[in-house]
Write a protein that binds this ligand. Structure first.
Ligand SMILES: C[S@@+](CC[C@H](N)C(=O)[O-])C[C@H]1O[C@@H](n2cnc3c(N)ncnc32)[C@H](O)[C@@H]1O
Length: 283
């Protein structure tokens, strides 16, 4: 069947519609995506004892530092370069301590950065670094610092997103600039070179693609909510810019697009479980 314009329509209007509803039903079945719980499962697999010393590098508001102490009984030091995060994290510990008084002893926060970790050599059993290293330009220095503070056989768990070949250069330029991402640090090859150069070995490399986004969508429609927000932001920018200002508007658009891009394969997060090697560079 060829239309007058010369376009072949048979597949589109005949073969495809015959399969369309069966195909859609197959797509409505879950692919059992993993969610953020995966990171805690990986920590559990390490079998570290209660009281083990853990650094939450780039701890933000301290949510995961608290979880690591509550779930595993670890002694956690959270560091972050943003004073507001340290204040909020400290308040979160005091709030959580009303239910579990031990937390005040187990969790501490202080200002610091990945490039200059304020901890002694060989003082940590696990470095937990979740969603931080995209902000860091000096990756080699950051990984060398992590190795320095790890004890022999210490582990590091890194969660980080990377750009994929589906992310167009203009999209990448805008997104990285808006989300304060260092473009060079979105290249997995550069990350893996920094890991190897610092004397850390990759024990596990897990490519997550859209799994966390699918998990959120299947659990509570979290993905669709961000899509709806993106639609409103893009359709009525002035409504939000006049109220919240351009820079805040841009970050909100960036945040919504981040999740959408992850969902459609333009960004792919990875988890690395790394092990400290005895000699730097000895892979
Ligand atoms: C996306 S937030 C993630 C926070 C937290 N790790 C989490 O998963 O909820 C990124 C964090 O990295 C911190 N950060 C940025 N640059 C950093 C650096 N050079 N060293 C350590 N942390 C940094 C930011 O202040 C922020 O708290």
């Amino acid at each position: 069947m060829e239309a007058r314009g010369g376009v072949e329509l048979e597949l589109f209007y005949d073969a495809y519609p015959r399969l369309e509803s069966e195909f859609q039903a197959a797509l409505d079945e879950s692919l059992q995506p993993r969610g953020p719980e995966l990171l805690y499962e990986l920590v559990g697999d390490l079998g570290l004892p209660r009281g083990a010393s853990v650094l939450d590098l780039g701890c933000g508001e301290g949510k995961h530092s608290l979880q690591l102490a509550e779930r595993f009984g670890f002694a956690v030091r959270g560091i972050d370069p943003v004073p507001r995060h340290i204040e909020l994290a400290q308040s979160a510990v005091f709030a959580a301590a009303s239910a579990n008084a031990q937390l005040v002893k187990l969790v501490r926060f202080e200002l610091g950065s990945a490039e200059a970790i304020p901890l002694g050599d060989a003082s940590v059993d696990l470095v937990w670094c979740r969603d931080v290293l995209l902000h860091v330009a000096a990756l080699a220095q950051a990984y060398a610092e992590c190795r320095r503070v790890l004890r022999d056989d210490g582990r590091m768990l890194v969660y980080q997103s990377f750009g994929t070949e589906r992310l167009e250069p203009r999209e990448a330029d805008w997104l990285w600039r808006t989300m304060r991402v260092v473009p060079a640090s979105t290249d997995p090859a550069r990350t893996e070179a920094a890991i190897a150069g610092a004397g850390l070995r990759v024990e596990k490399r897990i490519e997550l693609r859209s799994e966390w986004g699918e998990r959120a969508e299947e659990d509570d429609g979290g993905g669709t909510r961000r899509l709806l927000r993106a639609a409103r932001l893009l359709r009525a920018p002035e409504r939000y810019i006049s109220r919240f200002g351009q820079p805040t508007y841009d970050i909100m658009v960036g945040d919504a697009l981040w999740h959408i891009y992850r969902m459609i394969g333009k960004l792919s997060p990875r988890v690395y479980v790394l092990k400290r090697l005895p000699e730097a560079g000895d892979n």
